[in-house]
Design a protein around this ligand. Structure first.
Ligand code: LLP
Length: 423
C-alpha cells in the first residue's frame, strides 16, 4: 500500500497534489510520503512481533534511500540503520539514529572507516572476510577497545532476481563460506580486539519467493547450533534485507506476515537470539516517486513516438542498469485512447531509455509524469552525468511538504572543482 492516489483526476502524495510540488520546486523532483515510510516500517515490525520474534533490530538499509529526513522519519518510528560507509554512518547519526542501532556492513571497509565506526560506538561491525577480521582486531586494540562483530556468511543459495543484485552465491564477493565462518568465529573469540556476537547473511534484493530465504536461514540456524556446540556464545542473528517491493505488473512480493512466520518456523526452539533485519527496498521503494515533465513528444514518420522527459538515467538509473520496470503515471491523465510511447531522457546515449512501447494516456508537452516505486535506489543512485544537476528531494507529511534536499545551483556544481596549477 502507498499514499500516491488520484484525487479529482490528479495524482496526489498524501494530501498534496504532485503538480503543486512540481510547480513550486521544478522538475525532475523526487517526492516521498512520510505515511508510506512509516506504514511499511510498522507493518514489518508488527509482523515480526506477531510471529513472536522479540525486540528485533530493524536496521533500514541506508543505501536504498540516504536522505537524512527520510532516515529521521524512520528513526522516529524506531528504525536503526544498516550502513556500508563512513558517509552512511554520518547520515544515520545526523538523522538521530542511536549508534547502538547502527550495523556496519560492507565488503571493503577502510581502516579510517573502522576507526570512525569504533569511535562512534556502532552496535556491530559485520565482517566479510578474514583480512577484515584482522583489520578490525588491530584497529580496536590500538584504540583500547573491543569491537562487537558478527561474521557475514555467504550461504550459497540462488536468490533469483537480477544477477547484478544477487549476493548469496559462492561466486559473489560477499561474506565467507559456512565452514570458513566457523573457523573465523572461533579465532575471533580468542582475539583481544573483537568480540564475536553473531552471524549475518544477506542473499540478494527484490526477492519475490520465500524459498531461497528459508534455505539460507535454515543454514544459518544450523551454523548457530554448530558454533554453540563448540562452546561459543552466539547472541545475534542478522538475516539481512532483500524482500521485494511491488513494481506494478511484476511478481507479487511475499507478505511481511508470511516472511515473519517463515522465520519463526525456521528458528523455532532456538533460544537466546536477538534478530536483526536490514530492509531497504520494501520500506522505501513504494514511498517515493520521481516527477518529471514532458519536454516534447517526438513522433517519427514510421510511427514510433518518443516521450522526451526532463528526467534522465542520471536521475533514475534502474531501467538502464537493470532493465528495471517502473510504472509511469501521468500526474493529470488526459481522456483518450492509450498511445504506445518510448519514454526517454535527454542524455546522449541510447541507454537513456526508461521504457519502450509503454501504453499511456495521450500526453502533450508540458504534462507531468510520475515514475512510481522510485523511493529506493532512485535518488541514492543518481549522478550528475551530462553535468545535470541532482534532482531535489521533497518530503510530504499530510498536507505539508518540505524540500529536504534542494536542487543545487550550477555555481555549486562548479565550485566543487579547482584549477590545476599548470592550467
Ligand atoms: N543489507 C545488505 C548487506 C545489502 O547489501 C543490501 C542491499 C540490503 C541490506 C538491502 O537490501 P533490500 O532490502 O533493499 O533488498 N541498486 C539495486 C539494489 C542493490 C541492493 C544492494 N544491497 C537496485 O536498484 O535494484
Amino acid at each position: 500500500m502507498n499514499h500516491f492516489e488520484l484525487q479529482g483526476g490528479e495524482l496526489f502524495c498524501e494530501d498534496v497534489p504532485l503538480a503543486k510540488i512540481a510547480e513550486a520546486v521544478g522538475t525532475p523532483v523526487y517526492v516521498y510520503s512520510s505515511a508510506t515510510l512509516e506504514r511499511h516500517f510498522t507493518v514489518l515490525r508488527d509482523a515480526l512481533a506477531a510471529a513472536g520474534l522479540k525486540d528485533p533490530l530493524i536496521a533500514f538499509a541506508v543505501k536504498a534511500n540516504s536522505n537524512v529526513a527520510v532516515l529521521r522519519t524512520l528513526a522516529r518510528a524506531g528504525a536503526g540503520a544498516d550502513v556500508v560507509s563512513e558517509g552512511e554512518i554520518r547520515r544515520a547519526l545526523a538523522a538521530g539514529v542511536p549508534p547502538d542501532r547502527i550495523v556496519f556492513s560492507g565488503v571493503g571497509k577502510t581502516e579510517a572507516e573502522v576507526e570512525f565506526a569504533l569511535q562512534t560506538g556502532v552496535a556491530e561491525i559485520n565482517l566479510e572476510s578474514e583480512p577484515e577480521l584482522h583489520l578490525v582486531n588491530a584497529v580496536a586494540q590500538r584504540m583500547g577497545k573491543r569491537a562487537t562483530v558478527a561474521i557475514r556468511v555467504n550461504p550459497d543459495v540462488e536468490a533469483g532476481g537480477h544477477a547484478k543484485i544477487s549476493t548469496g552465491k559462492a561466486e559473489n564477493k560477499f561474506g565467507v563460506s559456512l565452514a570458513e565462518a566457523e573457523r573465523l568465529y572461533a579465532n575471533a573469540a580468542n582475539m583481544a580486539g573483537v568480540r564475536p556476537v553473531g552471524v549475518a547473511c544477506h542473499i540478494g534484493s527484490q526477492i519475490t519467493d520465500l524459498a531461497p530465504l528459508e534455505a539460507a536461514f535454515t543454514k544459518m540456524r544450523a551454523l548457530v547450533e554448530r558454533l554453540r556446540a563448540e562452546g561459543l556464545s552466539v547472541e545475534r542473528l542478522d538475516l539481512g534485507g532483500g524482500l521485494a517491493a511491488p513494481y506494478f505488473n511484476q511478481p507479487t512480493p511475499p507478505e511481511p506476515s508470511a516472511y515473519a512466520a517463515m522465520i519463526a518456523r525456521t528458528m523455532e526452539g532456538l533460544p537466546g537470539i536477538q534478530f536483526a533485519f536490514e530492509p531497504g527496498r520494501m520500506i522505501a521503494a513504494n514511498a517515493g516517486v520521481l516527477v518529471a515533465r514532458v519536454l516534447h513528444v517526438n513522433s517519427r514518420p514510421e510511427g514510433r513516438k518518443f516521450l522526451v522527459l526532463d528526467a534522465a538515467m542520471n536521475d533514475l538509473l534502474r531501467p538502464a542498469m537493470y532493465d528495471a520496470f517502473h510504472d509511469i503515471r501521468p500526474v493529470k491523465p488526459r481522456e483518450g485512447e492509450p498511445v504506445a510511447y518510448d519514454v526517454v531522457g535527454p542524455i546522449c546515449e541510447t541507454g537513456d531509455t526508461f521504457t519502450r512501447d509503454r501504453l499511456l494516456p495521450p500526453m502533450e508537452a508540458g504534462d507531468l509524469v510520475a515514475f512510481m516505486t522510485a523511493g529506493a535506489y532512485g535518488a541514492a543512485m543518481s549522478s550528475e552525468y551530462n553535468s545535470r544537476l541532482l534532482a531535489p528531494e521533497v518530503l510530504v507529511k499530510g498536507d505539508r511538504f518540505a524540500v529536504v534536499r534542494p536542487r543545487p545551483t550550477y555555481e555549486d556544481m562548479l565550485a566543487r572543482e579547482q584549477p590545476a596549477p599548470w592550467l
